[in-house]
Design a protein around this ligand. Structure first.
Ligand code: HEM
Length: 210
């Protein structure tokens, strides 16, 4: 990477992505402070955090195909931040469910996870994200070596579980979860069958994640 593109990444792209990822959270905080979260605030915040978890997860998964398409490793350098923001929104979504929906009653939570399949699937997706977030540092990447890559492939399973969770919980209009399912299917196809989309296959490189 040239010095110019390195500076652009560090001083423009990364701060811009950071601020953009915080916008949905900022809007929720503003809505809460202004008492402007609609007729059903619990539903509003649950849906907004669930939606942003899934959107950011798909954006994170798009980084590897974008590297393949463009040959630039800049995408991979944004991937960790996007992944951590995915975890941030997933945890917010989960905490809202624990605190506002289940009112911190542990017995009810266990019963809900066991009873409602879409909650079981959402919970499994969140659980899978925990080790990924915990091992996202450069130190862990180095320590785990090749195992890091294998572990982080679980992010695709999180995508499948996240889409399944959404498909399972909607009662009528399937359009939005089906759009997410289509995007995920495309990303999975590009990841494992790049030839199908006539993408150039570029060998994986050792990437310095900063
Ligand atoms: C990676 C993890 C997860 C993703 C990607 C995700 C995504 C979503 C999405 C997209 C929605 C629908 C938003 C809408 O209708 O606009 C949603 C709703 C919901 N999620 Fe999750 N979720 C995750 C984890 C969880 C967990 C851990 C729980 C609780 C244990 C949970 C409980 C719920 C509930 C209660 C709803 C609202 C259901 C309703 O409207 O009746 N989710 N989630």
């Amino acid at each position: 990477m040239t010095t110019n593109s390195e500076s652009w990444l560090r001083f423009v792209a990364k701060p811009a992505v950071f601020v953009a990822c915080l916008v949905p959270f900022g809007l929720l905080v503003k809505g809460a402070l202004d008492g402007d979260l609609g007729a059903n605030p619990l539903e509003h915040v649950t849906h907004a955090t669930g939606d942003w978890t899934l959107r950011l997860l798909l954006v994170t998964l798009a980084m590897t195909p974008l590297r393949q398409l463009t040959g630039s490793t800049a995408w991979i350098r944004l991937r960790r931040m996007l992944g951590l923001f995915t975890f941030f929104y997933a945890t917010l979504h989960f905490l809202i469910w624990i605190w506002l929906d289940q009112e911190l009653v542990w017995g009810n939570m266990v019963a809900d996870i066991a009873k409602r399949p879409y909650v079981t699937v959402g919970f499994a997706a969140w659980l899978l994200l925990v080790p990924l977030a915990a091992t996202s540092t450069r130190g862990m990447m180095r320590r785990l070596g090749r195992r890091w890559k294998s572990l982080h492939r679980a992010v695709y399973a999180v995508g499948v579980l996240g889409v399944l969770h959404y498909l399972w919980l909607v009662k009528a209009d399937l359009l939005e979860p089906l759009i997410y399912a289509g995007i995920l299917a495309l990303l999975l196809a590009v990841r494992w069958r790049p030839h199908l989309l006539r993408l150039p296959v570029r060998p994986g490189r050792t990437i310095n994640v900063r």
